[in-house]
Every structure is written in structure tokens, then in C-alpha cells.
Design a protein around this ligand. Structure first.
Ligand code: FPP
Ligand code: ZN
Length: 328
């Protein structure tokens, strides 16, 4: 037993099953209360916020309750001349929002409204000589942007627009001896970055380049006594890491490396039984980000009341259809 380990207690009164109906109400509230989707979230993360919300509704089989036309028009209005998408109209393009725009269009089955070629030209322009990607013109390199690039171009049927070999070479330089991956070469291992690197390698068909068991073991050590998962050693468990870690294990074919029963208990305990939605940990304030990743994690565990989720793209298998990547 490791006494120094940080963890939380699950209150007796915590929910012990999925409160599905409450969550779709919680998400829909963001549309209703605030006078339309334009007010869903702070401007700087609006398109990402829209993806979290519509994806949560798709996973809970309640997408029909969303105003599809209005949301799609709003997302399309965030497109810039450089081919990328910003978080809100008039904001600079960023890879994070460009991927979320593409994901949202796929969820509403209207990807044909996007200009695939100009989006992929934009993404290609962010690849550096060493194979890495910047998220935008600010020049910040991060392995999370490699996943955003690969996912965006794959979903648009144009992965070959990118230099995959040099991108994979860069990812392998971010692969640490402990089995994890960091943001850049030499950076410490972090569950979120592992998800990004494993997902990108899976899209590239290059998962055989790493030691799956070693990576899966590092991920399995993220489980705390409460059942929850943390992002790094000595950090508190957080429900969004249920997704980053579980999805990574699922892509690696090693979901059985963690204890599913206690994990589910922790995820259920993060639900707010009054407002609906999930918080990062029991007792905190619920938000759409932790809600979608909490639901997605339960879907990975096979909850039959939810749509099945794809571990690489974090979208329903149903909306992805042939765009899915079969790993085994
Ligand atoms: C930690 O974030 C989380 C990550 C590093 C993963 C981010 C993942 C993406 C941007 C890709 C999303 C793509 C799909 C398909 C869902 P943090 O900065 O909050 O870390 P902290 O918890 O250590 O503060
Ligand atoms: Zn979190």
C-alpha cells in the first residue's frame, strides 16, 4: 500500500447507477437557458463545447433534442479563410476547434458541408520539419496536436496530405522508458498525452512500434483506491481521465488491466443527482466536458443504455460508420 497516494472518498450518498435522463436534460439546459447555442460556453472554447454537448447527446441517444440546423450553421460560421476553424466567428483558427468542427458535422451527418481539401491544407501547414504539429500560428508544439491533425485528415479521407512517417518519428521521440508519452521529447508521461499518441499511432497503423504491455501497465497504475484514475502519479483522480486512460487501454486491447467494478463506482459517484451532469470528482460542480467523457467511459464498459463509443475518435460507432479503424 502506498500511503502517500492522493485520493478522494466516495460519499455514502453518491449515485450508484447511471442517471441518463438527468444528463441529457443538463446538456439541453445549455441550449435552452442561455438563449441559444451562441451562449453555450465562453467564446474561446465554443466549438469544442458544442462537440462535447452534441456528442453527449448522441451517446445518450438523445441527439434529436438538439437544434441541428442552428448548431451546424454556427459551426460553419467559425470557418476562416485559411481553411481552419476557430472557437467562435472571427476568432483565429486552431487545430482543436478544427477537429471539433469536423466531429460535429459528422455527428449531424453533414460532413459534405465542409471543404475537406482546404481544411487538410490548413492542417498540413501546421506540420513542422521534425514531424511535430503546432496547434495554431503561436508555434506551440504538443503531441495532442498530432492526434488532432491525424484525426481531422483521416475523418476527411485525406490522411495522406500529412507526412505520416516523420510525424510517427516525432511521436516515438516523445515515448518515455516508463512506457508513457509526454507533450514533447523529454516531457514527463501524462495519461492525456498517451491517449493522443496511442490514438495517432492507431490511425497511422503503427501501434506495433511500441511495447503495448509496458504502456498499458503505466496506465493501469493510474487507478487509485477509490477506483478513479489520475493523469499522473501523485495527482487526484478525475473523471475525464476515466476516458483518456480507458480509451487508451481499449485501443491497446488491454481494458482488463484495470478493475472495472471500482472504476464504474467512481464514475457514478461523479454525477450530480440534482442538476445532472458529471463533475471532475464527487461533490464538485458538473460541466459538459466531464459529462461527455464520463458517459463515454461508461459506454466503453458496455453500458447497454448508451450508444457504443469509438475509443480513438470519441464519437458513436454509429455516426462514424466506415470511418472507424478496426484494430484487431
Ligand atoms: C489533459 O489536459 C488532457 C489531455 C492532454 C488530452 C487532450 C486530448 C486532446 C486535445 C485530443 C482530443 C481528441 C479527441 C478525439 C477526443 P489538461 O491540460 O487539463 O491536463 P491536466 O489535467 O494535467 O491539467
Ligand atoms: Zn478533468
Amino acid at each position: 500500500l502506498d500511503f502517500a497516494r492522493k485520493d478522494v472518498d466516495l460519499p455514502q450518498s453518491s449515485p450508484k447507477k447511471l442517471l441518463k435522463g438527468l444528463h441529457s436534460n443538463f446538456i439541453q439546459q445549455y441550449e435552452k437557458d442561455k438563449g441559444g447555442y451562441h451562449y453555450i460556453m465562453a467564446e474561446h472554447l465554443r466549438v469544442s463545447g458544442i462537440y462535447w454537448c452534441v456528442n453527449a447527446m448522441d451517446l445518450t441517444k438523445e441527439l434529436h433534442r438538439m437544434s441541428a440546423v442552428e448548431i451546424v450553421d454556427y459551426v460553419l460560421s467559425c470557418r476562416n479563410k485559411d481553411g481552419g476553424y476557430g472557437p467562435a466567428p472571427g476568432h483565429d483558427s486552431h487545430l482543436l476547434h478544427t477537429l471539433c468542427a469536423v466531429q460535429t458535422l459528422i455527428i449531424f451527418d453533414c460532413l459534405q458541408k465542409a471543404d475537406a481539401e482546404s481544411i487538410c491544407e490548413y492542417v498540413k501547414g501546421l506540420q513542422q520539419d521534425d514531424g511535430s504539429f503546432c496547434g495554431d500560428l503561436s508555434g506551440e508544439v504538443d503531441t495532442r496536436f498530432t492526434l488532432c491533425s491525424f484525426a481531422t485528415c483521416h475523418l476527411l479521407g485525406r490522411l495522406s496530405a500529412l507526412n505520416i512517417d516523420s510525424a510517427v518519428r516525432f511521436l516515438k521521440r516523445c515515448y518515455n522508458t516508463d512506457g508513457g508519452f509526454g507533450t514533447r521529447p523529454g516531457s514527463e508521461s501524462h495519461s492525456g498525452q498517451i491517449y493522443c499518441c496511442i490514438g495517432a499511432l492507431a490511425i497511422a497503423g503503427r501501434l506495433d512500434d511500441i511495447d503495448r504491455d509496458r504502456t498499458a501497465e503505466w496506465l493501469a497504475f493510474r487507478q487509485c483506491d477509490s477506483g478513479g484514475l489520475n493523469g499522473r502519479p501523485e495527482k487526484l483522480p478525475d473523471v475525464c481521465y476515466s476516458w483518456w486512460v480507458l480509451a487508451s487501454l481499449s485501443i491497446l486491447g488491454r481494458l482488463d488491466f484495470i478493475d472495472q467494478t471500482s472504476m464504474k463506482k467512481f464514475i457514478y459517484a461523479c454525477q450530480d443527482y440534482e442538476t445532472g451532469g458529471f463533475a471532475d470528482r464527487p461533490g464538485d460542480c458538473a460541466d459538459p466536458f466531464h459529462t461527455v467523457f464520463g458517459i463515454a467511459a461508461l459506454s466503453l464498459f458496455g453500458d447497454e443504455t448508451l450508444e457504443e463509443v469509438d475509443p480513438i475518435f470519441c464519437m458513436t460507432k454509429k455516426c462514424l460508420g466506415d470511418l472507424r479503424i478496426e484494430m484487431f
